[in-house]
Design a binder for this molecule. Structure first.
Ligand code: ATP
Ligand code: FE
Length: 364
């Protein structure tokens, strides 16, 4: 089944083609540079860029895979949650393609697509606990199959990615700061007492990172002159030498802070994941990571150790499939269509904050 995936939920435009687990084409255009000067995504700019980029990326995918529009069986599109204007460009494009070519249409929950990203690369045994850690979400799921997800924990305030990005901003490091802090952490030593591991003193599986953000801000405020005077550019931090030059005398302290802060987030994720595993009625088979923060070195290491200690498989997507991409949408869409779950042209985009309904109709 040839399935086209479209991803426009935030500021990455993506189009991909999959046939089962075979990734035939995967085109992406990041808008990060356009938004970096504003320190965050500007929704209006994002929508206009998606609109400009979708058709050429679609054409490029067809060429890469050597197929024609009528060969595509299913058009899958991330329908939410995300920025409404951005989602609408993708959903409208997908509807036009489905109408014009006769392909089936499937609206995919963007978070479900994230969680299935690793399944595109590996066979996964279920049940499993999936940890979705992205820019907008920190969710724990119990998965009984690729299509059966039960949300058992979520963040009550900031997402893990947001916690990294806001901390990086306080240090005048470039946006999005998660990857930059990860890189700097490699030169630092973890001090496990530097920052709290937030919201563990309870029995639930939820997260709360806003207190950690405050602890970070207070720590930085007490160390006057630590952050650089100006906003550092990502290219300046690509090598250790560059980072030493830009951060000067603060280099080691900032590296230690990044290492310790990353550890606090990672260990918090590990502890709540282990609680979710313990609460499963049946024996789990795997821990699955997903979302942009799943690229984080410390998060990967601690959750892999947790999986190993329990004799479970540790599944994490390649970094390319962690952040927003259309391959995961195409894969999720093909699995839904195979199960007979599709949409018609009344498919609606669902903005961030609203639950994505399971309003599928039987595939035509
Ligand atoms: P959502 O899917 O919840 O709407 P999103 O798609 O915008 O959010 P992703 O693209 O999955 O989020 O992830 C982006 C986040 O991942 C950013 O906050 C970024 O800082 C973070 N991130 C990326 N790489 C790393 C890393 N190596 N370490 C920590 N955080 C990282
Ligand atoms: Fe995402």
């Amino acid at each position: 089944m040839l399935c086209l995936g479209i991803e426009t939920s935030c500021d990455d435009t993506g189009v991909a083609l999959v046939d089962g687990r075979r990734l035939l084409a995967n085109r992406a255009a990041s808008q990060a540079d356009l938004h970096a000067v504003f320190g965050g995504v500007v929704p209006e700019i994002a929508s206009r860029e998606h609109y400009r980029l979708l058709a050429p990326l679609y054409q490029a995918c067809l060429t890469d895979a050597g197929v024609s529009p009528s060969d595509v069986d299913v058009v899958a599109v991330a329908r939410g949650p995300g920025l409404l204007g951005s989602l609408l460009t993708g959903v409208s494009f997908a509807k036009g393609l489905a109408l014009g070519t006769g392909a089936r249409l499937v609206g995919v929950d963007h978070l479900h697509a994230h969680v299935l990203a690793a399944a595109l690369e590996t066979e996964i045994s279920y049940p499993a606990v999936a940890v979705l850690i992205s820019g907008g979400h920190t969710n724990l799921y119990i998965m009984r199959s690729e299509l059966e997800l039960e949300l058992v924990g979520r963040t009550l305030d900031d997402a893990a990615g947001e916690a990294f990005d806001k901390a990086a901003k306080a240090l005048n490091l470039p946006y999005p700061g998660g990857a930059v802090m990860d890189r700097l952490a490699a030169y630092g030593q973890v001090d496990t007492a530097m920052f709290p591991r937030p919201y563990l003193d309870n029995q639930n599986l939820d997260f709360s990172f806003s207190g950690l953000k405050t602890a970070f801000a207070l720590h930085i405020a007490a160390r006057e002159g630590l952050a650089t005077e100006r906003l550092v550019e990502a290219t300046e931090l690509q090598s250790e030498e560059g980072a030493r030059r830009v951060l000067g005398e603060s280099f080691q302290e900032i590296a230690d802070i990044c290492a310790s802060y990353g550890w606090s987030i990672a260990d918090t994720l590990r502890i709540k994941t282990s609680r979710a595993l313990e609460r499963m009625g049946e024996r789990p088979q795997a821990i699955i990571l997903a979302g942009g923060v799943a690229s984080n070195t410390t998060v990967r290491r601690l959750l892999k150790e947790e999986a190993n200690a329990r004799g479970l498989a540790f599944i994490a997507p390649s970094p390319m499939l962690c952040t927003d991409n259309a391959a995961m949408v195409a894969y999720a869409g093909s699995r839904l269509a195979e199960a007979g779950l599709c949409h018609d042209l009344t498919l609606e985009a669902v903005p961030r904050g609203r639950k994505v309904p399971r309003d599928y109709v039987a595939c035509a």
